[in-house]
Design a binder for this molecule. Structure first.
Ligand code: S3P
Length: 466
């Protein structure tokens, strides 16, 4: 215990000292950027949301592991994805641009070099957990650091299985960043049943399994987003998915040669959700959101909005980059509260903040449950949204695993603020949507975090308000 504690402290100390000497210039302004989102006229026209964040991270990472040059179009150029790109460069991957496209010269599975400084993950849990998986089965060590929000988030969920594979960790107290990870080569393949429904944990293990001899098996009792499985198979990985007794059993055979790809990243349904809710709430709205990814493991928000009475039509359904895509035609419609099936939670886990805004203006009560995971996202999203919505005039009861919201019946929320966004992009954008549907506007205390996932959000709000 004594030596472990000493190890933890030395890991944190090392991480802090590496942070100091390797810090990248900050890309965001140093001070919070508050903004009041005023009531909006009808949202109209056609907009295109940026590339899917989950798919963008994976496109960069898997291209980095292929042998040869991959080309990615539609990549999300948000801070989170840029953090992944920066970390990949630090382990020896060449990443460049060709016009709008991104070009990645892969180093092959297991080909990472020892990074010279800490890998700075900013706000991005996906970058952190997936890269931890990749480093864990290679003979290199890396220090992972993050901002105040990421440094509070639990990493034991990946540390525990990756340690079973042989990697060694020196995390900060409570299994958080900064942490030191010493990978091991060869790692030991394991069979692991996910104790939390987490695509990040699943992906971290599959990625560790990529450079591990033999077969690594992940059992998923509750299905989560499957972009890793789809895209890895597209790169030529030996991966099988079997459904037994309602569980997904995913097996990956280690040390394949991945073939470079041309990847087209579809628009992010999580970003589209803000505009789908805004257009549903603001009277007179008639908006088309183009090129939205509708993978069933991601599209729960549109199912629930339709249950509430939203008018969301899918135009021109097609496939982009192996993912279902359509243009969404959203028109204003009165919404009614629902009891949200907790089984839908994994397919809309990032969309609850904006669903709560929709519920706050619906007729009747919306009840959500089974949402413990929301407490460990970029912020505690149940607490943050309960406080934020109450502060602008909504009726909210916070329960341990969900919110119960009594809607206004279509009347605008009073408005107010400043709303504490806790470095959480989705709280900032959700409350911006609340502002569009309010009487006096809603002030959010800091719009900077929006740049992590949706840098064009504010511009698009302006464009479709005209
Ligand atoms: C993500 C998985 C989800 C989600 C996150 C992105 C991914 O996290 O909340 O925004 O790309 O794998 P969990 O795996 O923690 O549920």
């Amino acid at each position: 215990m004594g030596s472990r504690a000493a190890g933890i402290n030395s890991g944190a100390r090392l991480a802090r000292s590496m942070c100091r000497c390797q810090s990248r210039p900050p890309m965001l302004p140093d001070t919070p950027t508050p903004r009041r989102f005023m009531p909006s006229g009808p949202l109209r026209g056609r907009i295109r949301v940026p590339g899917d964040k989950s798919i963008s991270h994976r496109a960069l990472m898997f291209s980095a592991l292929a042998v040869g040059r991959s080309q990615i179009s539609g990549l999300l150029e948000g801070e989170d994805v840029l953090a992944t790109a920066a970390a990949l460069r630090q382990v020896g991957v060449t990443i460049g641009r060709d016009g709008e496209d991104w070009i990645v010269d892969g180093v092959g599975v297991g080909g990472f070099l020892q990074p010279q400084g800490a890998l700075e993950m900013g706000n991005s849990g996906t970058s952190t957990r997936l890269l931890m998986g990749l480093v864990a089965s290679q003979g290199i060590a890396a220090v992972f650091t993050g901002d105040a929000s990421l440094s509070r988030r639990p990493m034991n969920r990946v540390i525990e299985p990756l340690a079973q594979m042989g990697a060694r960790f020196e995390p900060s107290a409570g299994g958080t960043l900064p942490l030191l990870l010493e990978g091991i080569e060869p790692a030991v393949p394991i069979t692991y049943r996910l104790p939390v429904a987490s695509a990040q944990v699943k992906s971290a293990l599959l990625l560790a399994g990529l450079n591990t001899p033999g077969v690594t098996t992940v059992i998923e009792p509750v299905p989560t987003r499957d972009h890793t499985e789809r895209m890895l198979a597209g790169f030529g990985a030996q991966l099988t998915v079997e459904e037994t007794n309602g569980e997904r059993v995913i097996r990956i055979t280690g040390q394949p040669e991945l073939k470079p790809q041309e990847i087209e990243v579809p628009g992010d349904p999580s970003s589209a959700a803000f505009f789908a809710v805004a257009a549903s709430l603001v009277p007179g709205s008639d908006l088309v959101i183009e090129n939205v990814g509708l993978n069933p493991t991601r599209s729960g928000i549109f199912t629930v909005l339709r249950q509430m009475g939203a008018t969301i039509e899918e135009l021109d359904p097609r496939e982009v980059g192996g993912e279902a895509v359509a243009d969404l035609h959203v028109r204003h419609a009165p919404l009614t509260g629902v009891e949200v099936d907790p089984a839908l939670a994994p397919s809309m886990i990032d969309e609850f903040p904006v669903l709560f805004v929709a519920a706050a203006l619906a007729h009747g009560r919306t009840v959500t449950s089974g949402l413990d995971e929301l407490r460990v996202k970029e912020s505690d999203r149940l607490a943050a949204m309960a406080t934020a919505l109450s502060g602008v005039g909504a009726r909210v009861e916070e329960r341990e695993d969900g919110l119960v919201i009594g809607g206004t019946g279509g009347e605008p929320l009073a408005g107010g603020g400043p709303i504490a966004t806790h470095l959480d992009h989705r709280i900032a954008m959700s409350m911006a949507v609340a502002g569009l549907a309010s009487r006096d506007g809603v002030e959010v205390d800091d719009t900077r975090p929006i740049g992590t996932s949706f840098p064009t959000f504010e511009r698009l709000v302006g464009e479709c308000e005209q």
